[in-house]
Design a protein around this ligand. Structure first.
Ligand code: ANZ
Ligand code: ZN
Length: 826
């Protein structure tokens, strides 16, 4: 008996795949295509088993789809620019370039050791000039379309990372990467006009059926659509201060108004009031702080402006305040405050002793805010609201809006929370922005023929707050492409999220020197059929990619507007309850495990450890269980491979037991197909194969099995082949080897997955009479031959029987197979 020598087998098959180019795919007529994409990694260095999940899952799916008859593309590349490489290079005293190269090399080896079948001929790295010249071209497309523009902006500045952060990278006022408090700085910055696409991105997100509900909701919330009314309040002098509200039904409850310290007219508004000095001081302190999301958590502060606004529905004069909880860049930068029905206003009113007036009565009877302990934000009946009294508030929204539009004191409008995407970074390791500034011609795009604008090597590129490229005269000094006079290059680089918006298109033909991608290739491969990655990219990366795809489509370079038909967000692998990470010290390196147990075992465990969408805990000793299973399967195949080949005899000529094993095989085939197709549940699929193998062992002879009936041998062979087929996607090396051992000459990956025989799965059912204490209480239908446990469970689930058992203590059950069950209770 040959031992399971995983090291030899794995090396053999990896070499086989490499030599045959098994994973290199091209356009192919006659087979449906399947673009299987895993989110490309930062070349961060050593991979641990937690990283493996993403790639192994993708690989198993790729192999599965191949066996299901698809032409599968499964590429890989490197999200190589950006802070992680820069910071790591600083730490390791090397250049980002060297650091990146080194890590890519190392990670390639590791990924190959996992037996992951990427199509390496399509490999890309975003820091490669052959890649980023096209990122630069895409920037130029944006510029020409008016979708890239530059303006002075208050930006989130992380003093520790020395860079600007997108709003999305600021969490609760802190840098998402290093948790430092974020400061505000005013700089000339480049933006992409993603807001032009807000409406479409939102509308389409709602119908992305192949995406997890959770991600769709996160995107929708991020885009943040609100329907409401701009109500035209005015100052005593008649100048208009519109206030955006989504609750025009509460207009009669506005007891004060608030303007943002970032409102452009703030200085004019407070001029000449007794409160001017205090107000200006407040503005100075809070200006620029209202742009961040997550403002909800900050303490509300405010100051009276000394001015009043007139409410256009009843001419009431209400005090105008300045407060830090009104965002300058949202709505009109001014609000009417309704403390009875908005919790923020409620807290503010309590703090500064401002009046609270109930206008939406929860029950229609309550008329007074006196007893409110918090704002009533829910529905109700309009009260204290003039002619609108008695109106249901939802209906009131429409009626008040109509009324205001009729009287020209307000206007319906739709607003989005989404802001334009800030793409400038004052860092070295990124794609240079292809723009030149000329004193005469102004801002001039670098002509396409001059691309790429190469990122030069720098001696000194530590972050200082200024773009490091500024220090290199030979980079900065250039000539104007329009007039030929001396000019200066833009020295900011692009946010790496720009690089990653389009990499899935570069995979189509990374060697193309004439354009970023060929539209015909895109027509064939895009949209991506399955995109696998972490939930941490639910908003930014996915939203940016969806945006940019729409721009490509508008430019006529891409037929589809939605780049990823299906999204799968895999859960994390944890160790001791925490996400596995090198810095936390709980990372399990893959190499040791592979050496001890082999890649197939590590792969199997990674897939078996739990449903792929869930976070799971890695348990070392369970790896051994997977190893034992593979050895058991190996031994079974070894024995069975000596049995005669040939068709399984018809069900009629099999013994009851043989038929049972045959049925079990078909049951497993069906289950594996369903589990993998529907939800990638390789874990439950594996369990089914394990069950089948256990079943096989009831029949396996200890010796060579010469005295085994021929029919048993054939059923065993059928079961063994099925098991090898079913577990192939998870453990490809051992399976190819076993497949060969079973006498096949075509590689498993080219062999279609078997079909189950539905007829064999249908078992006859019988009626079983159910008694409780000997009295007939009903009957249930169970599969013929069902065991006691199954019959008892079915009986308990039956409502008409369950009610007789409720609250009783079960003494014993009497079971007569296929006939009767009697519960004895007291
Ligand atoms: C009066 C009111 C009464 C409001 C009430 C709410 C409840 P969305 O769009 O869903 O975020 N608001 C408007 N502009 C704002 C700004 N620039 N900064 C902070 N808050 C602002 O919610 C819109 C509501 O948020 C608006 O409706 C306004 O408060 C506030 F019982 O107006 B509401
Ligand atoms: Zn010029």
């Amino acid at each position: 008996m040959e031992d399971y020598n995983f090291a030899e087998i794995e090396a053999k098959w990896q070499k086989y795949w490499q030599e045959r180019g098994t994973f290199h795919t091209t356009r192919l007529d006659g087979k449906p295509k399947y673009y299987c994409l895993v989110m490309f990694p930062y070349p961060s260095g050593e991979l641990h088993v937690g990283h493996g999940r993403n790639y192994i899952l993708g690989d198993a799916l790729m192999r599965w789809k191949r066996k299901m008859g698809y032409n599968v593309m499964f590429p890989i590349g490197w999200d190589a620019f950006g802070l992680p490489a820069e910071n790591a290079a600083l730490e390791h005293n090397t250049s980002p370039w060297e650091w990146t190269q080194h890590n890519i090399q190392r990670m390639r080896e590791q990924i190959n050791a996992w037996g992951v079948g990427f199509d390496w001929e399509r490999e890309v790295a975003t820091s490669d000039p052959d890649y980023y010249r096209w990122t630069q071209l895409i920037f130029l497309w944006m510029y020409e379309k008016g979708l890239a523009y530059r303006r002075k902006a208050s930006v989130n500045w992380c003093p520790r990372c020395s860079t600007v952060l997108a709003n999305e990278q600021v969490i609760g006022g802190q840098c998402e990467r290093c948790d430092s408090d974020v400061e505000l700085k005013r700089l000339e910055q480049w933006f992409f006009r993603i807001t032009d696409y807000a409406e479409e991105l939102l509308r389409d997100a709602e119908v992305l059926e192949g995406w997890p509900e959770r991600v769709r909701t996160m995107q929708a919330n991020w885009i943040g659509r609100s329907e409401g009314v701009d109500i035209f309040f005015h100052l005593d002098d008649g100048s208009k201060i519109p206030c955006f509200t989504t609750r025009q039904d509460t207009i009669f409850g506005a007891t004060y108004a608030v303007i943002s310290p970032d409102h452009p007219e703030i200085e004019a508004i407070v001029r000449g009031t007794p409160e001017e000095a205090a107000a200006l001081e407040f503005v100075k302190k809070y200006a620029g702080t209202t742009s961040q999301r997550g403002l909800e958590d900050t303490e509300k502060e405010g100051v009276f402006t000394g001015r009043y606004l007139v409410n256009p529905v009843n001419q009431e004069r209400i005090p105008l305040w300045i407060a830090n909880y009104v965002v300058g860049e949202y709505g009109t930068g001014a609000i009417m405050a309704v403390p009875a029905h908005d919790q923020r206003d409620f807290e503010f009113a309590k703090k500064y002793d401002l009046p609270i007036r109930l206008v939406i009565s929860p029950d229609g009877k309550m008329k007074d805010a006196g007893s409110l302990e918090a704002a009533h934000e829910g529905p109700g009946i309009m009260v204290n609201s003039g002619d609108f009294d008695g109106t249901d508030n939802e209906e009131g929204k429409a009626r008040v809006a109509d009324y205001m539009e009729e009287k020209a004191i307000g206007e319906r409008c739709v607003r989005y929370k989404l802001r334009d995407w800030l793409i400038s970074r004052q860092r070295y390791w990124g794609t240079p922005i292809p723009i030149i500034y000329c004193d005469k011609c102004g801002t001039v795009p670098v002509p396409e023929a001059d691309l790429p604008v190469l990122l030069p090597e720098l001696e000194e590129w530590k972050p200082t707050g200024e773009s490091p490229l500024k220090t290199l005269g030979s980079f900065v000094e250039t000539t104007c492409p329009a007039c030929g006079q001396p000019a200066r290059r833009e020295t900011d680089t692009m946010d790496t999220f720009v690089d990653s918006t389009w990499y899935y298109l570069r995979y189509l033909d990374p060697a193309d020197e004439t354009r970023p991608w060929e539209p015909g290739e895109a027509d064939y491969w895009v949209p991506v059929d399955m995109y696998i990655g972490g939930i941490e990219h639910a908003i930014l990366h996915l939203l940016y990619s969806r945006f940019v795809a729409r721009v490509f489509s508008d430019l006529g370079y891409l037929a589809t507007r939605e780049p990823f038909s299906n999204l799968f967000t895999q859960g994390m692998i944890c160790k001791d309850g925490f996400k596995m990470s090198k810095s936390k010290g709980n990372a399990i390196p893959a190499d040791d495990l592979i050496e001890r147990f082999g890649t197939d075992t590590v792969r199997l465990y990674t897939l078996f450890v739990g449903p792929p969408e869930k976070d799971v805990e890695w348990i070392d000793r369970s790896v051994e269980g997977c190893s034992r299973f593979l050895s058991r399967l190996w031994r079974a195949v070894e024995v069975v491979s000596h049995f005669a080949d040939g068709a399984v005899p018809g069900a009629g000529s099999l013994t009851e037991d043989e038929l049972g094993l045959l049925r079990k095989s078909h049951w497993a085939i069906k289950k594996v197909r369903e589990d993998i197709e529907k939800k990638f549940h390789f874990n439950t699929a594996t369990s089914a194969v394990m069950e089948l193998v256990n079943e096989m062992y009831r029949f396996l002879p200890d010796g060579p099995g010469d005295d085994l009936p021929e029919s048993t041998g054939k059923v065993l062979r059928f079961a063994a082949e099925a098991a090898v087929q079913m577990i192939y996607a998870m453990t490809p090396h051992i399976c190819e080897e076993m497949w060969q051992k079973l006498g096949h000459s075509t590689a498993l990956i080219e062999t279609p997955f078997p079909e189950h025989d539905e007829a064999l799965l249908k078992t006859d059912s019988v009626n079983v009479v159910v008694q409780v204490n000997g009295k007939l209480r009903g009957s249930i239908s169970v599969p013929a031959g069902a065991g006691r446990d199954a019959a008892e469970a079915a009986a308990r689930q039956d409502e008409s029987i369950a009610k007789w058992l409720e609250g009783k203590t079960l003494r014993k059950t009497v079971y007569v197979k296929d006939k009767l069950i009697n519960f004895v209770v007291s």
